[in-house]
Design a binder for this molecule. Structure first.
Ligand code: FEO
Length: 396
């Protein structure tokens, strides 16, 4: 693979992971990239590295531009090992004594990952580093998405190296926003929903701070996926919007089913939502990956969760989705629970309690149907969906 020239003396030199399909629980159906950036000035700087097993590819790409031992400084914007895993091996080539600049928390965290000999140099928020004709400015961006996260801004070229921020898990034929257009936005939203949703209130404040600085930004270079060079404002505006957590007038019905009874209920509930004029869709939790369910949940005003009762409790796939969703702390959502049962019927009540603990506004008591829903039961499900739809409409 060859380096991607971004501007005079500035290159993307990272690695493409075409085959990764699971990124610690996030479905990366189209792979991902570990972007790293080389700036060739009077001093040569490398921004971030790659996952350990891709270090050879990073070195190969750098070698096509400069001898890696000529690199003067390395910047670590983020400690997570998809960007730092290659750091020790890179520093063996670059030179053990050369500085690795990182945030205060980055220093602490990198020390807990890697050997003592790394020459970690802490930088403060706003601190600058001259590379000669160019200047890097470091911006502390805690919790986008680790405490150590920072952005690096190349002032003269107006390029923001944004670590995980504004990224997407996407490996495709395109490398730039002007090559993929709007198709990238779903991947960016999935990334936000699964990785950053929890921190949306903090990100909102950070964005306000960065926007108030009025930094001119010609290009945003994230550590994953597409580089924003035609319209970096588009992804910034999307983040501003996503941070507000203002759902659409829609509902998501997530369910699992043992003998199709809870499934029949889900479909009748969706029909009721449609009758109320609300966009809705069912998602089978065993057939749709949790990270795609969460992406759909991010947009939905109401989350209607259906679980059969298994062993006196929630069906395992729903327990998985609910645990994952709870960690992301969704806001401004309505909730309801339902499910078919044989005896006991504990699952819908347990789902109701979990959603309630997540601060969803519960708009219905749990709807439970014993065994196979007959026409009367399905009508009750439709009514249940229609009432939820009416509340969504009223809540608008
Ligand atoms: Fe892409 Fe938080 O690492």
């Amino acid at each position: 693979m060859i380096p991607q020239k971004l501007a005079e003396g500035i290159y993307e030199v990272g690695a493409i992971d075409w085959n990764v399909r699971d990124f610690h629980g996030y479905s990366t159906d189209l792979g991902t990239t570990y972007n790293a950036y080389l700036i060739v000035d009077e001093k040569i700087a490398l921004i971030d590295t790659v996952k350990k097993e891709f270090t050879g590819r990073l070195l190969e790409k750098i070698s096509r531009i400069v001898d890696p031992s000529k690199i003067d400084v390395v910047i670590s914007n983020h400690t997570e090992m998809d960007h730092s895993g290659g750091l020790p091996a890179i520093m063996e080539v670059v030179g053990r004594e050369k500085p690795v600049y990182c945030s205060k928390m980055g220093r602490k965290n990198l020390r807990r990952h890697f050997p003592d000999w790394l020459n970690l140099q802490e930088v403060a928020d706003g601190q600058e580093l001259s590379l000669g004709k160019r200047t890097l400015q470091f911006l502390e961006t805690r919790m986008i998405h680790w405490p150590d996260s920072m952005f690096s801004y190349l002032k003269e070229d107006q390029i923001l190296f944004s670590s995980d921020g504004f990224g997407q898990h996407y490996a495709g034929p395109e490398r730039f926003d002007d090559e993929i257009d709007d198709a990238v936005m779903w991947h960016a939203k999935k990334y936000f929903a699964n990785i950053l949703w929890l921190y949306a209130p903090l990100i909102q404040k950070l964005l306000e701070k960065v926007l108030a600085m009025d930094l001119p930004i010609k290009m945003i270079c994230p550590d994953h996926g597409i580089i924003w060079r035609r319209d970096p404002g588009k992804i910034i505006n999307a983040y501003v919007q996503w941070c507000k957590q203002q759902p659409e007038e829609s509902a998501l019905v997530v369910y699992d089913t043992m003998w199709h009874s809870t499934e029949s209920m889900a479909e009748a509930i969706v029909a009721g939502l449609w009758e109320a004029g609300v966009k809705a869709q069912p998602m089978h939790a065993r057939n749709v990956h949790r990270s795609d369910i969460v992406t759909a949940a991010f947009d939905a005003k109401a989350l209607v969760i259906g679980s059969p009762t298994l062993n006196n409790g929630i069906f395992p796939t729903l327990a998985d989705v609910l645990t994952y969703l709870k960690g992301l702390r969704p806001k401004n959502k309505l909730g309801a629970a339902f499910g078919s049962y044989g005896w006991g019927g504990e699952a819908p009540k347990a789902v109701h309690e979990i959603l309630s603990d997540m601060d969803l506004e519960m708009v219905e008591e749990p709807l439970r149907i014993q065994f196979v829903p007959d026409q009367e039961a399905l009508d009750a499900c439709r009514d249940f969906g229609r009432r939820i739809g009416q509340i969504i409409k009223k809540d608008k």
